[in-house]
Every structure is written in C-alpha cells, then in structure tokens.
Design a protein around this ligand. Sequence first.
Ligand SMILES: *[C@@H]1O[C@H](CO)[C@@H](O)[C@H](O)[C@H]1NC(C)=O
Ligand SMILES: *[C@@H]1O[C@H](CO)[C@@H](O)[C@H](O)[C@H]1NC(C)=O
Ligand SMILES: *[C@@H]1O[C@H](CO)[C@@H](O)[C@H](O)[C@H]1NC(C)=O
Length: 263
Amino acid sequence: MKFFALFFVFAAISMSNVDADFITVAVNIILSIVTRNMERREYVELIPKYRYEFPKEIAVLAAGSLELKNIRLYGLKEAHKVMAAKDGAKDNSTHYVENVGIYLNVPEIFLELEYDADLGFVDEVPIYGTGNIRLQLSKLLLNLTTEVSINKQQLWKDITVEDLTLDFGFRHSSKSQITNFWRNKTVSGILSTTINILVELFSMWFNYEKECINCIVGESIQKAANEILHPKNEVDSRFDCECLRVCILGTLSKKSLTMRACF
Ligand SMILES: *[C@@H]1O[C@H](CO)[C@@H](O)[C@H](O)[C@H]1NC(C)=O
Ligand SMILES: *[C@@H]1O[C@H](CO)[C@@H](O)[C@H](O)[C@H]1NC(C)=O
Ligand SMILES: *[C@@H]1O[C@H](CO)[C@@H](O)[C@H](O)[C@H]1NC(C)=O
C-alpha cells in the first residue's frame, strides 16, 4: 500500500506546476515511510555475506580466508526519530528551498555479525574461530539539518543540497564482545575486554575531536549528495572547516603581542 502511495506522489510531482507546499508534503511522506520501516524491523541488514580469501601469490605472508555473515544493525527500532521537511524561508523567483531535518536519539545501538575465520600471517599469528562479533555504543545522537533547493522549472534536473550541518555523538558501552575466538572461551573473554577498551578510547578521541569530525563528515555528505545529483559538475574539493585551517602563531615582542595568521 505504501509503495502505491509513493507512486502517486512521484506521478504528481512529475507533472509541472506543483507548488512548494506540494513538495513539502511529498518529502514528508517519503520521510515517514522511512521512519515507519525503521519502527517495524528489529534490525537493518547491512550486508548478507562477505568472503575474502588471500591470493595464492602471497601465501608466504598471509593465507586463509575470512567470511562475515548477517551483518546487522540493531537498536533503531527503539530510537526516538524525527524526520521532517518544511518550507524554507529562502524561496526565490527561481528555486524552492526545503528545510530538511533528521534527528535520531538511540539509547543502545549495536552491530552484530557472524564470522568464520581461518587466517595465518607469516606462519606465526593464527586467527581462527567461528562465532559472533558484537560492537555496541550507547546514547547515539544524530541531528542533521540541511537545505535542499529545487529549481521551479526543472524539478528533477536541478536539486542542490546546501548548508548541511551535522551533529553526531555517542558514548561507549561495555557490551561489545567476540565469541569462540581460537575456539576458546578464556581467550574470547580477554579479546572482548580488549575490544571494549579500544571502543572506549575511540569514543574518548571522538568526543575530543567531535566538532571537527562533524564538520568534515557533514561537508563530505553534502559534496557526495551534490555529486550524485549533478554528476557533470566539478566538485569543489576544498573543505571550509575551521579546524582544518593552518594557523601561524607568532610573538612579535616581549610584551607578548601575538600575531595570528590563518589560511
Ligand atoms: C535562488 O536560490 C538558489 C538556491 O539557493 C540560487 O542558486 C539562485 O541563484 C537564487 N536565484 C536568485 C534569482 O536569487
Ligand atoms: C538540530 O540542529 C539544528 C541546527 O543546527 C538546531 O537548530 C536544532 O535545535 C537541533 N535539534 C536538536 C534536538 O538538538
Ligand atoms: C584456552 O586458553 C587458555 C589461555 O591461553 C588456556 O589456558 C586453556 O587451556 C585453553 N582452553 C582450551 C579448551 O583450549
């Protein structure tokens, strides 16, 4: 039933002379379908199966195979989600501007997968086992806002993503684990503890660098979206993020008059 609704929305938008309100309604219907789907499913399947085998040519260095199965993301069902579009104030004579906001607050999110490994490196370090890997984070927050400008004359041909801002953060959780590594419970326990320590260190680093990472990732998403929407346009590869600017700090005199130059 939902897909039929979507079909009519697309059919209606494809006809000319739609107005800004209509676009807002259409975008909101699409966003609510995404939200409902998240609510209905226990998990999102990211990749059903992945297999890697080291080539025979490098058998001296590394050999064996690794298979990952049922890579699934859990927790979105319980998330508090707000996805909505509204008419932007920046409409002008040639473009409609939609403000789109995606907000997610996920108490516990985890990635689970099955692994089957039988690897060796330089005949010294064996990595083998068949079990599960679970990577967990808590209090994941995502707040993405953006403006989408749509040409009034050519709805599909000229859509541009502008002013995308991203606020993403999370806390570590000590529930990550790996089972059956080396087919040994003790070893798996030690490795799980190590993974949890690494996740905590990553989380500390992330939160320390959060503003800069959010800025770079936000700009990257915007560039990627525009590249998909306008494959023929040249993409500006520069980043505007403040944190990427190189600053020269100098002291001019002993009275500590500081001079600052940024590029
Ligand atoms: C209208 O807004 C769009 C998108 O922000 C911009 O590219 C365009 O130049 C604007 N047109 C006018 C006439 O201001
Ligand atoms: C999400 O981000 C926007 C723009 O940065 C901000 O205005 C809004 O208050 C944020 N929402 C929440 C719930 O933090
Ligand atoms: C599991 O590993 C521990 C520590 O290396 C070892 O003492 C123990 O004997 C192993 N257990 C089995 C069942 O192989």
